[in-house]
Write a protein that binds this ligand. Structure first.
Ligand code: S3P
Length: 434
């Protein structure tokens, strides 16, 4: 599908963001592994989270959905059944990697597969640690489909995993498998990634602790996980960021997004935008799902300046780096984004796709093996650009397109539905609002 976006000087609105995708996947999985029934409110609306829900149903979990809410009847750590058919994770890396941990831990016989993009993404990073834990997991080339042979003996546990890359998905797969093991599991990352799994598993009664030097230890225990009766999912900061970014780039921009997750491991992009001179603020408004929640406000018209982003900052803005690249095209000076080689193995090669798309729109972007160099400000002009099967590329280029003179055509715009259904009509509405 092609969406046409007309450049606009104005971008205004007050709204709430759709439910957080990372927390929604985890809420569904942890509620399924708990005993008792849990009502989840404000689940993320995109296709990715629906995949997790369907895969859990295929493993015997009863789930009644009602709009953005779902009642999940947990089956406990021993109640999952091997699925009769291949589990189709669609485009969702989080579904595949987190469920791989569950399936490995529960000793189920299962095959996890996905679409062409997901079949191209690296899975050795979970197959190796799960194998070291004793799981019988295999794949032809370190990519999906992933095959798990069932096993009746629980995993031994007692393993330590010092990860090469900061990845919440890998960390979560290991911890989820560790829930079923006989002895403690330890994991450490080079830089801390989003910590929803740690926070939520602890809230569900798992015994997790930091043991110093960045190590997290999960002690399995005989008692079941317990879900709260209701869990309300905060708004997704990664979705909100696109709306705030569009406001920052508009001469007459003013956007307020309420109820957004403000977990520090998710909002590194806000600090980068502040450093660039953007007018953006966070007003704390409470808590949801164990995370701080805030109203985010952004205004346009400020003079932006270039900045440097290094490897230690990347995990807390991993999904917003394409958006930051789009914003940097309007900042004075040379912006350098480094330590982001992981972006090459997301839903698309996000470094290559953003360099290509932004350059088509008239920006000056150069690719590095692990990042981007952006010289600005450059006036942007309309062009035909490609979402390349990637929701975040579709939305980041859309934000740049609003700043461009003329009518930009975004090919493959429907990919936005993976995390933010309704994004394009919303963007057009806010760009036309007076
Ligand atoms: C996610 C972790 C990140 C992120 C993805 C969601 C999660 O992936 O990019 O959108 O929910 O755990 P990696 O773990 O591969 O960095």
């Amino acid at each position: 599908m092609i969406e046409t976006l007309i450049g606009s000087r104005s971008f205004r609105g007050a709204l709430s963001a759709p439910g957080d995708k990372s927390i929604s996947h985890r809420a569904l999985i942890f509620a399924a592994l708990s005993e008792g029934t849990c009502r989840l409110d404000n689940l993320a609306p995109g296709d990715d989270v629906k995949r997790t829900a369907r895969c859990l149903e295929a493993m015997g979990v009863r789930l009644v959905r009602d709009g953005s809410a779902a009642m999940v009847r947990g089956v406990g750590l021993r109640g999952l059944a091997s699925p009769a058919a291949v589990l189709d994770c669609g485009n969702s890396g989080t579904t595949m990697r987190l469920l791989a941990g569950v399936i490995a831990g529960a000793g189920l016989e299962a095959v996890l597969d996905g679409d062409e993009s997901l079949r191209g993404r690296p899975m050795k990073r979970i197959l190796d640690p799960l194998g070291a834990m004793g799981a019988a997991a295999s794949s032809a080339n370190g990519r999906a489909p992933l095959r798990f042979a069932g096993r009746s003996e629980p995993l031994g546990g007692g393993t330590s995993h010092d990860l090469e890359m900061a990845s919440a998905q890998v960390k979560s797969a290991i911890l989820l498998a560790g829930l079923f093991a006989k002895a403690p599991t330890r994991v450490r990352e080079p830089h801390p990634s989003r910590d929803h799994t740690e926070r939520m598993l602890s809230a569900f009664g798992a015994k997790l602790r930091a043991t110093g030097d960045g190590w997290i230890e999960l002690e399995p225990r005989g008692e079941p996980l317990r879900a709260p009766p209701t869990l309300s999912i905060p708004g997704d900061p990664s979705s909100a960021a696109f709306l705030l970014g569009a406001a920052i780039l508009a001469d007459e921009g003013e956007v307020e997004v309420t109820g957004v997750d403000a977990n520090p491991t998710r909002i590194g992009w806000l600090h980068v935008l502040e450093r660039m001179g953007a007018e953006i603020e966070l007003l704390p408004s409470g808590e949801a799902a164990g995370d701080p929640v805030a109203t985010f406000r952004a205004r346009g018209g400020a003079r932006l300046v270039a900045t440097h982003v290094g490897p230690e900052e990347i995990p807390a803005l991993i999904d917003e780096l394409p958006l930051l690249a789009a914003i940097a095209t309007q900042a004075r000076g040379r912006t350098v984004l480094r330590g982001a080689a992981e972006l090459r193995v997301k839903e698309s090669d996000r470094l290559a796709r953003m360099a290509e798309g932004l350059n088509r729109l008239g920006a000056r972007v150069e690719e590095l093996p692990d990042g981007l160099v952006i010289d600005g400000p450059t006036p942007l002009r309309a062009a035909d650009v490609e979402a390349a099967g990637d929701h975040r590329i579709a939305m980041s280029l859309a934000v740049a397109a609003l700043r461009a003179e003329g009518e930009t055509r975004i090919h493959g715009a429907e990919w936005a539905d993976v995390s933010f259904p309704g994004f394009f009509p919303l963007l057009t509405r806010l760009a036309e609002a007076k």
